[in-house]
Design a protein. Sequence first.
Length: 584
Amino acid sequence: MIRSLRTKLTVYGLLSLLLVFAGLGLYLAIDSRHYLLQLTAEDMRDQTVLIGQQYETLLARRVSDDSLRSFTAGQAAVLGRRITIVAKTGMVLFDSDVSAADLPGLDNHLARPEIIQASADGWGYAARYSRTLKQDLIYLAVPLHVRGEMWGYCRLAWPWRRFMEYQRRLMMGFTAALLISMLLLALMTSLVWRPAARVIKRIGTVSQSIAAGEFSARAPVNEGPLETVVIAQSLNAMAESWERAALQLHEKTTQLESILESMREGVVVVGADGRIGLINPAAAAMLDTTAGQAAGKLVLELIRLPQLDQLVTGQADVAEVEIGGRTLLVHSSTLSGPVAGRVLVLLDVTDLKRLEGLRRDFVANVSHELKTPLSAVIGFTEALRDGAQDVPTERDDFLGRIHRQASRMAKIVNDLLDISGLETGNIRLNRQPVKVRQLIDQAMDAVGQQIRSRGMRVAVPSDPALELMINVDEERMTTALVNLLDNAVKFAPEKSTITVAAAASPGSVKLSVSDEGPGIPPEHLPRLFERFYRVDKSRSRDLGGTGLGLSIVKHVAETHGGSVGVTSDVGNGSTFWISLPVSP
């Protein structure tokens, strides 16, 4: 099958030319044959009529057969024609090209076309192959009348080969003209087509580039025929339109991808078949998967929760689900536009839930912590009003108790204010280079009286880290160490040893306070630095603790860019530590 346009044009052009020449040649062959036959017949009719008249005269004079045979041979030689005399019965009497001995063997000529036509119209002719002479001849016959009666026919024959040679030369010339015309057509097609083909090929290359997404490709508009120029202009206009549309689509897609990737909320687009078509990184993290793994899957293949199935099918618009220890609030809405499906928006409310719980616990703890001293103050005040103020010993005792409870409430409030300030950043740190040993010494001085009252000893192992300089708020950091030492003094047995150590690691230094107390059960360790959290609440309250000391330590360390931690072995004491960055 021909696919090349150039080849098609050439082949179809040559076929058209061949058909036209073939038709014209056929017409010329038929027409020339007919025309030549007509001319020859008209010429031969006059000759045949003249010879026939001469035969009629000779026959009327009753000349001998030999005389007629001699006359026939002589006339044939003069005219260059074959002369045949046929009786009315169809038998050949004389023939210039056949001997007298062979005449009886000739067929009856009464059925010859020219004889039949001559009998009907007065003369007739025909062109055919002569089996006698083995060649093509033109025959023309006229009737012979003797004394008014039909006697026979005089027929002249002339070889047709000259006309055949003429027609052959005519057809050879015609064929040569056809071949030359076809060659010129092929040459002209090539000359005209070559520049157009070059332009069409370039336009095709540009079209393929545009189809491949290279919208900056342009077709030549100043080459080739008018038709290709129009096509190139239309193609360039289409490419420019697509380039603008692609640029706008790319910008919008980039914006959408940037928005989806930067969103903390998870977004999942589900098609009408329930399969995930799009998922942003936040949603993938919430569902514990990746965008590549989730694409094309059913939501229930990732998370088998009935609530999610209801959101995907549109049975519910919002639901709260638990996935991997996280609490997610999922909103579902129908996609607008021609695309069917739903959009799921996932909000991680774990921290909100935790903060809500902390808020409730905080309010409950604050209320509980303040309720006891307030009740004591109110009770002692009422006792004083009821008459205890008149008894000096009772009055002084009650006033002392009121002072201690009021001081405890003031400490709780001050600790809460410190924590709030550290969390919100309202307290600005006064950072200065301080030696680690200096911080430890100041903290030990602050709790020295408590340590001595319980007969305890503080050990500070020698270590190069004690001489390191750290850039901290000296007052805040000392307070944090004091809280750790205060806890150790309160919960360690009397006459035990408290160890305060410093250890350096690349880029940081760790300050630790170890005691020989009863230790802390493992289940309490994760919550030790929460506000108001106590392992033994009754004992802590008896020792005057507010439950905020370790929380203050944590916030001080984190505000300085550090961290806190604890290790404990039940029955063998505990170690609390603060890790701080070292000044460069």
